[in-house]
Design a protein around this ligand. Structure first.
Ligand code: HPA
Ligand code: ZN
Length: 344
């Protein structure tokens, strides 16, 4: 890697658009919260937790992800989790985040929606104040649970509309097509929420299509399998629908055999509006900049492509047009000064 490429990855301003806050729970914090809250875990130490992070597919990961988050009980826990993430990624040059949370994974075990939201909101306010990071919240429905429970969750979210920008769809993908949630998403959009959905991570290109047509999503999370379908790819290019890709996640969940098989370069070459994100960084071995470094090395990305990825992260965001432009201009400005300093 050239010094210039390294400097770009380390220092360019970036947005993160595909980040599950519960997936930032580091083993150290998991054990600390387990102790603080009197929750029993099948692990005695950090090494044992990390050793358990071997996944053959999305479901393997989800089983551990839902178990790990059982230590999150109080508003302070959600606050501490979110502040820890923001402090880490502030060092990665992150200036804006649109983060997912999974309320049903908490309400199902007796933790109230308000406990979760209260902790997240106070942490995001602190992150804005102290770190200059702006944020939007995306509430995901768990697609392996029934439509009725998603409706209950949406009704609760409507009481907190001022804090939640969008709705999303996550959890087990195969066998749980987007159209199962057409009515929920229609109601959410009617209530004023923007829509996004995980699609084409393990599921087929068809799920990306139905996310667009049946759920009316404005952004697709992952979207890898869309590249299997030439007509769909052409449509995504034409409509400049953002795809939030997550290279290290794909590797660890065996969606790709190696990083060289990451679709990020193919997506850039096709003219797709692709960004790089970390998904569940504690579980997948890397935060935002680790994902940039991984694709840069494995795919031999040119410096210009790193700059494009950083700009795409803002272009794909739900910031207002003026803020997007300002952030993208800042990326160019920082890149220019880094180039001058690297003597290239
Ligand atoms: N895919 C689906 N659901 C999820 C993920 C993911 O990568 N992370 C957390 N929930
Ligand atoms: Zn995800």
């Amino acid at each position: 890697m050239t010094d210039y490429a390294n400097a770009l990855i380390d220092n360019l301003p970036k947005a993160e658009l595909h980040l599950h806050i519960e997936g930032t729970l580091e083993p150290e914090m998991m054990l600390e919260l387990a102790k603080r809250n009197g929750v029993r875990l099948p692990y005695q130490n950090v090494a044992q937790v990390r050793e358990a992070y071997q996944f053959d597919c999305l479901q393997d990961f989800l089983d551990l992800y839902y178990m790990g988050m059982s230590v999150l009980l109080h508003e302070q826990d959600f606050h501490d989790l979110t502040v820890a993430y923001l402090q880490k990624v502030a060092l990665d040059g992150l200036t804006h985040v649109e983060l997912f949370f999974d309320p049903q994974a908490h309400t199902d075990r007796g933790v109230s929606f308000e406990t979760v939201l209260g902790g997240l909101v106070s942490a995001l306010e602190q992150g804005h104040r102290e770190l200059g990071i702006s944020a939007k919240l995306i509430m995901c429905f768990l697609r392996h649970l029934p439509e009725e429970q998603a409706f209950d969750t949406l009704n609760t979210a409507c009481k907190h509309k001022e804090h939640i920008y969008a709705v999303g769809l996550d959890s087990s993908e195969k066998g749980f097509p987007p159209e199962n949630f057409s009515r929920v998403f229609a109601a959410a959009r009617k209530a004023g929420f923007v829509a996004v959905a995980h699609a084409g991570e393990e599921g087929p290109a068809e799920y990306v299509k139905t996310s667009l047509d049946d759920l009316n999503v404005q952004r697709v999370d992952h979207g890898n399998r869309a590249l299997d379908d030439a007509a769909l790819t052409a449509r995504l290019v034409r409509e400049q629908t953002p795809l939030t890709m997550c290279p290290l996640s794909n590797l660890r969940l065996k969606g790709i055999p190696d990083l060289a098989s990451s679709p990020v370069k193919k997506a850039l070459d096709a003219g797709l509006l692709v960004s790089v994100n970390s998904d569940d960084p504690s579980y997948f071995g890397g935060y935002l900049n680790d994902n940039y470094r991984a694709v840069h090395q494995a795919l031999g990305l040119h410096e210009e492509e790193i700059i494009t990825l950083a700009k795409n992260s803002f272009a794909s965001s739900f910031l207002e047009d003026k803020q997007k432009q300002k952030a993208m201009d800042k990326v160019d400005e920082v890149a220019k000064s880094l180039k001058a300093n690297s003597g290239i």
